[in-house]
Ligand binder design. Structure first.
Ligand code: 5AD
Ligand code: SF4
Length: 499
């Protein structure tokens, strides 16, 4: 799943602290806009903190919905909370360590208080560690897996009345929370996540997700379209449809038609011509030409794909059980560039996977040079319990070699991003304004269609405006722009056709 970073943290101080300590390289986060924070009042106040991927951020909005409809309120101040919930990530060892440190801090707070506070662990770590979490992290009051959020009110009541920890880590083959309306408590009011499927059946050798999130299941089309329409009605301008592997979305509609991901994306794009549509994450093995054609045909489907390659060598890809070769991946990239001129690509890369030789590592670097990604999320391989790699392969690349290879990958990507961003100078883009820039209230920030963050002077533009911007300067992470005036997506699409 895309951006592994700590999002939806209610406490802004902590958000800043976390951005600084983030060890996985994600410069993308440097200029995120300040979030509008919405308090929700209730009889008992819940503090909710989210770690990990976009899917977790989206899940936290489901958790907020379940809690709100059961009379709970949400607070940004942990000291005011009756319940502190941590929605966790298990993808790499360091993600889990971060959560453990946070749980220690919360327990220390709990000890110092005069009033009681329950601490709960939600999400992937809850699923992976289950009872172990109760033994190791004594005095955790709740352990709730990603498919059990509807049960939260009952579990909270049980823990309250018995004084014992309450646990539900049951995974489901059907649960998609399709009927729930997410409470977008940490939203900028402009961009929203819409979950379209849950789980993953791919079993990549390194990945714990199939164990923590269970089998793949798709959400009914009508409920997805309804949620997108509601977002448009509320003034949202951008949706990112989410799933662990959106390309395998599959749903048989009420009239018996089979709806593929390409078809779903096409339908979502027709909800409103002024709604930008993005998605994450796409597995290269089933990224179809039909899907690429939707990008080309629909002006509001963004010209950007996150296409995790993981590695540049076919033998390593085989060991990773990715089911495509280097050549097949490069062929897909070529088709994407041909069908969607100017398309922007980003990726995920793992350094130091089991048995990786120096020559194989060089293949990753050469693939990066060939594709020229705009952005990459780069990780050191971290062995995860129960995965195929943990059971069958040797984690034999020494730590210092992993680190050096990761650094080479990061340095290369930085220079590719620098060149690609420098090439943007002088070009014009339509930017959707997300809010004030993190660094200065006198500047706004927003993204291009190609998902590049642009910062420019405020003038009289507002959050939610589409603004024509000429790029005047660039770093490897951000473009600096000069605003030329308001526009609409339709106007821009017509201009392109005429041009
Ligand atoms: N070690 C390192 N990186 C991993 N990822 C998933 N599992 C691991 C692991 N065990 C990375 C992959 C995936 C992204 C979400 O996290 O690159 O695409
Ligand atoms: Fe993990 Fe592979 Fe599924 Fe992505 S596609 S969640 S990397 S198993």
């Amino acid at each position: 799943m895309e951006p592994i970073q700590d999002i939806n943290i209610l406490d802004t101080e902590l958000r800043r602290e976390r951005a600084q300590e983030n060890d996985d390289i994600d410069t993308d986060d440097l200029d995120r806009p300040k979030m509008a924070e919405h308090e929700v009042q209730g009889a008992r106040q819940v503090y909710l903190e989210t770690y990990g991927c976009q899917m977790n951020a989206s899940d936290s909005e489901i958790v907020a919905s379940v809690l709100k409809s059961n009379g709970y309120g949400l607070t940004h101040d942990v000291d005011e909370a009756d319940v502190a919930l941590v929605n966790t990530c298990a993808i790499r060892e360091n993600a889990e360590q971060k959560v453990r440190r946070r749980l220690d801090m919360l327990r220390a707070k709990k000890r110092k208080r005069d009033t009681p506070m329950m601490i709960g662990v939600l999400g992937c770590m809850a699923e992976r560690l289950r009872e172990k979490l109760l033994e190791q992290e004594k005095r955790v009051d709740l352990v709730v897996g990603p498919d059990a959020y509807r049960d939260l009110p009952r579990l909270l009541a049980e823990a309250d009345s018995t004084g014992q920890a309450a646990v539900n880590v049951q995974l489901s083959k059907e649960e998609t929370y399709a009927d729930l309306s997410p409470v977008r408590y940490d939203s900028n009011g402009i961009s929203a996540f819409v979950s379209i499927m849950r789980g993953c059946d791919n079993m990549c050798a390194f990945c714990v997700v199939p164990f923590t999130r269970g089998r793949e299941r798709s959400r009914p089309v009508s409920t997805i379209l309804r949620e997108c329409q509601e977002l448009v009605d509320q003034g949202y301008k951008e949706v990112t449809v989410l799933g662990q592997n959106v390309n395998s979305y599959h749903y048989t509609d009420d009239d018996g038609t089979d709806v593929s991901f390409a078809e779903l994306l096409d339908r979502v794009s027709q909800v409103s011509p002024e709604l930008r549509v993005r998605y994450s994450t796409s597995h290269p093995k089933d990224c179809s030409d039909e899907l690429l054609q939707v990008h080309a045909r629909r002006h509001n489907v963004c010209n950007y794909i996150h296409l995790p390659v993981q590695h540049g060598n076919t033998e390593v890809l085989d060991r990773m059980r990715r089911t495509y070769s280097r050549e097949q991946y490069l062929d897909l990239v070529e088709r994407a560039k041909a069908l969607c001129p100017g398309i922007s690509l980003s990726t995920d890369i793992i350094a130091g996977f089991c048995g990786e030789t120096e020559a194989q590592h060089q293949d990753t670097l050469s693939l990066m040079r060939e594709v020229e990604y705009d952005h990459a999320y780069m990780f050191k391989y971290s062995e995860r319990p129960d995965t195929y790699a943990a059971r069958k392969l040797d984690d034999d690349v020494p730590e210092d070699v992993k680190q050096r290879r990761l650094e080479e990958i990061i340095t290369l990507q930085r220079s590719i991003s620098e060149v690609r961003n420098a090439n943007e100078i002088g070009r014009k883009h339509t930017v959707l304004v997300e809010g004030p820039s993190k660094k200065s209230d006198a500047q706004l920030c927003g993204r291009t269609d190609t998902n590049k963050m642009v910062v420019f002077d405020c003038a009289d533009y507002e959050k939610g405006d589409y603004v024509n911007v000429r790029i005047v300067d660039a770093t490897s992470a951000t473009l600096i722009g000069e605003a030329l005036g308001r526009t609409t997506l339709q106007e821009e699409a017509e201009r392109l056709v005429v041009g």
